[in-house]
Design a protein around this ligand. Sequence first.
Ligand code: PDD
Length: 281
Amino acid sequence: MIVYLNGDYLPSEKALIPVEERASNFGDGIYEVASFAGGRFFAFDEHMDRLRYSAREIQLKLPEDPAVYAKVAERLWGENNLGDYGTVYIQVTRGAAPRMHAFPANGTRPTVYLTTKPGKYVPDEDRAQGRPAITHPDLRWGRCDIKSLNLLPNVLAKQAAAEAGAQDCILVRDGIAIEGASSNFFAVLGGTLVTHPRGPHILGGITRQHVLRLAEAMGIPVREEPIPVEAVWKADELFFCGTTTEVMPITKIDGKIAGGGRRGPIADKLQTALHKEMWGK
Ligand code: PDD
């Protein structure tokens, strides 16, 4: 697999990062994941806008305008011959420097790397079956709106989900169902589509924005407000959404049937519309 590292295109085994890299010492960096579907990257500009936002919020000066990564991603996709579906990861760190928590000396070059990953597209008949989820305490920090490379709480939550045979976790903070460990979370409550409002406790998901816009265009009532865990059990429909998740129904939580135990009509319509936009057909 060919990857991009600081301006070079290299076989992944030749793309080496120094041990003093701040991403590995401190998780001091940010990232984005965009999907490739039907010949192009989906919503790439929106991902680059969020990369700019994350960079600004951690005071990381990007070494170039991230708009240039569109061409890098396309070149990698072609050189790696990856077919019609998968993802690209864009990671930017504060660079390699002698270990010290505070920012390194001016002039330390951020490390930029892009990697591509072919994916297996989930057929809609399979997606319609939904996936089980578990509830898990949200152990993350107070700036989940930044797409930071610090993913240890997400790793632990995802491992707990994997061990339970679940797709993802509903992360719970102070009795509120916040989001998934790598996705946003939606509930249909009394005919209204509800999701946690944007703010420091969730990632402002790009798929989440598309889903809200599509729902409004369909005339589905939408509310952005906190969802108490008890309300989750009363929901007509539940789903996760994200770049790789799309609209994935949740049909069981902690081993018990939830969200009606099937994909509901709202999740069905939203997935159909999102799929159309992603694939352009
Ligand atoms: N995850 N919330 C969290 C914590 C996430 O990590 C993600 C994305 C989302 C959904 O955001 P978007 O729709 O912009 O992908 C919500 C990516 C896919 C990942 O880390 O692999």
